[in-house]
Write a protein that binds this ligand. Structure first.
Ligand code: DX5
Ligand code: ZN
Length: 227
């Protein structure tokens, strides 16, 4: 299980301080939402911010590109200190070339799916990825309501992973709180991206521990053992 606080929900006046808060929280990944004002109707931050915070922590930097032209951003984010770069399946045929480029930069490869997109579109890529990220809100803004219709897609992805004996991780992103994290865990997710719920907490460390406990309690593998 991996907990990934999203810096999108941090105090933008204090990126360094907020990164340190995440680093000391016990979370494994820091999720970095990159928005270009075109693929999604919002703009967040760029590679320079990532480069600036990189020396502050050894956390795994999970860069989620919500961008129409990721090909021009792969190198800057790789050099800025990304450990994994996630691109969207909605980019169509360009995905294969993007994967090749991310691998050639020595980074892990992630693929993301928006809520209206059919889960069938990710199927051909499953043996090429390290991580599958399932959006549980329409991307662009933090603090939105979790879309419950995404739970069957998480189940489907987990079923394909088991059937094909693959080992990519399955993440959920958007509206992940102390309730929905458990429901996603039950459906088969193992990476929990959460912005508002974690960063708004007085103690980020306590919030990460609480989410971890809830996810653990809903782990389907443990349910199998109990049965
Ligand atoms: C949504 C982003 C998410 C966002 C999640 O466009 O991709 O990572 O930060 O934020 P919350 O947890 O506030 O929904
Ligand atoms: Zn994200």
């Amino acid at each position: 299980m991996i907990i990934a606080p999203s810096l999108l929900a941090a105090d933008y006046g204090q990126f360094a301080k907020e990164t340190l808060r995440a680093a000391k929280s016990g979370a494994e990944w820091l999720h970095l939402d990159i928005m270009d004002g075109h693929f999604v109707p919002n703009i967040s931050f760029g590679p320079h911010v990532v480069k600036t915070i990189r020396p502050l922590t050894k956390m795994f930097f999970d860069v989620h590109l919500m961008c129409s032209k990721p090909e021009i951003l792969l190198e800057p984010f790789a050099q800025g200190g990304a450990d994994q770069i996630i691109v969207h399946v909605e980019l169509g045929e360009r995905v294969a070339q993007l994967f090749w480029k991310i691998r050639s930069l020595g980074k892990k490869v992630g693929l993301c799916l928006n809520p209206p997109t059919s889960i069938a579109l990710v199927q051909p890529y499953l043996d090429q990825i390290d991580h599958l990220l399932i959006m549980t809100v329409n991307p662009g803004f933090g603090g939105q309501e979790f879309i419950y219709e995404m739970l069957p897609k998480i189940q489907q992805a987990a079923a394909w992973r088991a059937e094909r004996n693959l080992s990519f991780t399955i993440g959920v992103d958007g509206g992940v709180n102390f309730k929905t994290a458990g429901e996603c865990a039950q459906a088969g997710a193992d990476v929990f991206v959460s912005g508002t719920t974690l960063f708004a907490a007085h103690s980020l460390k306590a919030a990460v521990a609480k989410m971890r406990k809830i996810v653990h309690a809903h782990d389907p593998a443990l349910a199998d053992l109990k049965a």
